[in-house]
Design a protein around this ligand. Sequence first.
Ligand code: GLA
Length: 401
Amino acid sequence: MKKGFLFAFICVSSLLLRAQKFEGLAPTPPMGWNSWNIFGTDINEEKIRSMADLLVSTGMKEAGYTYLVLDDGWMAGERDSITGNLVADPKKFPHGMKAIGDYIHAKGLKFGIYNCAGTKTCQGLPGTRGYEYQDARLYAAFGVDYLKFDWCNTSGIQAAEAYTTMSNALRKAGRPMLFSICEWGVNRPWEWAGSVGQLWRTTEDIWQVFDGYHDYGTWKAWSVMTIADQNGTLRKYAGPGHWNDPDMLEVGNGMSLVEDKTHFALWAMMAAPLMLGNDLRKMNAQTAALLTNRDVIAIDQDTLGIQGFKYSDNDSVQTWFKPLQHGDWAVCFLNRGSKPKEVYFYWKSEPVNDTLFHQRLDKTYNYRLQNVWTGTIEGNTSMPYSGKLQPHEAALYRLKR
Ligand code: GLA
């Protein structure tokens, strides 16, 4: 009887300890770099090592981008015929995944990897279906800190079940890993994934254009603005530990600087995970300065963890608000259209009220207005705001208490 009690006590305590390790993994939206947007499957040891070096030397790590995630393309075409384990592509990663993970960790970064809930990944490499617990153990042995889990080749399986199985497998493997759910919003993950993973994609893939989409026939890739349209409606599901993921950043991948700034501002306003998607070897000074702008990052990473909302949308001019800690607010005025626009905003008469998260812009208070692009204080809210926006341009301010 006593032995039985002791055994039960040990089991319950170890379960609790294991559960605890997985708490608080993403109190603010995760930040890092992912290989997919710029390299696709063309990744290898040398490139990944140089991205790790550059995350440090360009100041990205210091600004908060700590996860380095290898997306699709790291594996060989078949599992090991004896053990059934996944195998790193021997040509691309001759020293294996543990070695690349060690390199990433030695830089003070965290190591992310990719697989898929289906029988194969989107690029036809071995998927995890039926191997969830085995793969989770292997990732733990590699030293993985983040798993992005995709949704190709999944016919006949149910998303909530498949992602819950993998989430349980990660917990059982015992190494805390962030679980990034990537089923493109098709099964409304925001309704069931809050306790399954820390972030879930809300849309199909991003495409490096400002507006519109790219049609692949069987699926579409979406622009910055169409993703913001979709992701922006889901704010009630996001919060500390569980984030809407409008996909990785395309900053530095070919849009104009004005468009890159608007993209970055919107992702910050939506408390989106900030996963860089550019080639850090070719990044110019303007892109580096934008991506390390601490005031934009502070809006994204604000510890209240409230996803901002679109307050108004008139004649191509949108106004977004995001409540911040200590009574501050972020505001973004953006011009979606192709003609320059004048913007006026009457702080004292506009009823800015976040009923969902019980926050209200205090009309009786004169907030200082900090231009987030320049860092300078431009007066306060005792005077109405007036400004000019070029096509696709965003003005971004912090209203300071
Ligand atoms: C899907 C995902 C992308 C990327 C590719 C890899 O399209 O949505 O983010 O991971 O697969 O094949």
